[in-house]
Design a protein around this ligand. Sequence first.
Ligand code: GDP
Ligand code: MG
Length: 173
Amino acid sequence: MGEGGVGKSSLTHRFMGYEFLETYDPTIEGTFRAESEVDGVTVEVEITDTAGQDSFRDIISTYYSRRGAGYMLVFSLTARDSFFALQNRIYEELMDTKRSLSGQQHERVPIVLIGNKSDLPSNREVQLTEGQAQGREWSCNYFETSAKFNENVRESFVTLIREMNIARQSEKK
Ligand code: GDP
Ligand code: MG
């Protein structure tokens, strides 16, 4: 999840093993399936790449019923507004939706926070320490990624998959 233009489709494509493209259709929402080896175990991952102003609640409701959903919250390091959008709107909407669907106040929601476009340091508007501080506040891992140069992309997805596994294990108990 995250504002348009931050690199959600680019990150998804990179994780799928595709090449970086300079342009993606900003309106296309797609679901992708990939097999990936995480800690020696082959896992099947389904990634929903969100787009546009689709109802956030609908998206979460659709996937909520599936066990072990996780969320990648993406902003661009070169656009402070996209960081604000997560802080002021998207994170709370996600948590509110999760709470109202589950009826639980303190559900563990697997999340990673991503500052993308680390390859553009001269356009940087959000500092490393700010991303890290937000990650601490939300108790999630923070990564700076470049979809363009394929930096930290796999690490980000693998970390989220681990979080999802942990949440699923604790659900079973
Ligand atoms: P989305 O709307 O969040 O899905 O964003 P896109 O993946 O469509 O990317 C928006 C624009 O940013 C495209 O022109 C991408 O080529 C570009 N972009 C995405 N990730 C990166 C990155 O890591 N570095 C740079 N320099 N550009 C990127
Ligand atoms: Mg997109």
